[in-house]
Design a binder for this molecule. Sequence first.
Ligand code: GDD
Ligand code: MG
Length: 364
Amino acid sequence: MKAVILVGGKATRLLPLTSKLPKALVPVLNTPFLEYVICHLRRHRITEIILALGNLAEPIESYFGDGSRFGVKLSYTVEKTPYGTAGGIKNAEKFLDESFIVLNGDVFTDLDITAMMTFHYRKKALVTIALTCVDDPTSYGVITTDVEGRVSLFREKPRSGEVTSNVINAGTYILEPSVLAQISPGTEVSIEREVFPSLLAQGAPIYAYTSSAYWLDIGTHGKYLQLHRDLLNGKCHQHVLDLRHDVLIGAESNLHPSAQIMGPVVIGASCFIGREVKLIGPSVIGAGGNIMENSVVDGSIIWPNTWIGPGVNVKNSILANRCFLHANSVVEESVLGDNVIVCDSCRLKSGSRIFPGTIVGAET
Ligand code: GDD
Ligand code: MG
């Protein structure tokens, strides 16, 4: 079976992290997110994968190349203007001649794809949609099924008054190629708002595959932090890192003997962790990070090459590449884009979102 991964979205909810970096390349435990999705497919013997790209396609193509580094064969389609979730699949039609799987490229899951394929064939379904449960379904596609597991209703992003259940579309589908005939070429079409409701109205056999697999869409800062917490606390069964040890330290990193590390903490390669520094998990320090004496990093994700001066406090925050935090500054519950500079003793307002290249002065 071939796979199409949809990675053409704009990722606006992850700004300022995604102003220059596509969501697919956002690092999770120091590895680009999409690499986990590709490796999960490979574990289920799906090795022919089409990446349906749009926005910021070039860095994705140059990182993944032909896929051989990851044990798969990758092809690419690139949309000049967004074709939407169904239009993106239609654009890959020339690669698709038998049952295929589609994945939203921003979902981290342990889903048993092999079992889902067996289910799809057994049911002789035209479409099988994986389901999951969430507390608040209003940001997702809500699905209602009958007792046989056949989908009877698909409602994308219902308002809170319209919510009928907390069972949602998990963003993994198996489709028969005949579905492609229902999607107009060269135009924006949504699979959730147009194709699924229209197929249901025609009485097409759309089945739901239920599982209790780990599932998370990394679409927001909160969910991105949540994914790290879950992975570092062993809630997900996918083998992502050797997390038997509470603290992982990359090659050529240098820790002062007085530094206190309370795991789970992952430290990338070539980092320097200074005297009396406290790293409190779950936290990740990207490669080339420098954390100077008496600083505290607590529950935060720090991307590569960041410099954290002495006496700095970083809590429940995300810092993108090459940020520079001067002495005694405080960053809490905030998200900093690339190359942000925070001046001496500056205390950022909790909940700040700072765009790349900003110099944050002491009065902020
Ligand atoms: N190629 C391409 N073209 N990909 C796109 C486009 C497009 O125009 N628009 C979105 N995508 C990709 C995104 O990059 C993402 O990987 C995936 O399609 C889903 O888009 P999101 O923007 O993340 O959608 P969502 O999270 O609000 O909702 C979707 O996912 C939920 C599960 O996470 C829907 O499918 C919901 O029904 C579902 O519950
Ligand atoms: Mg999403």
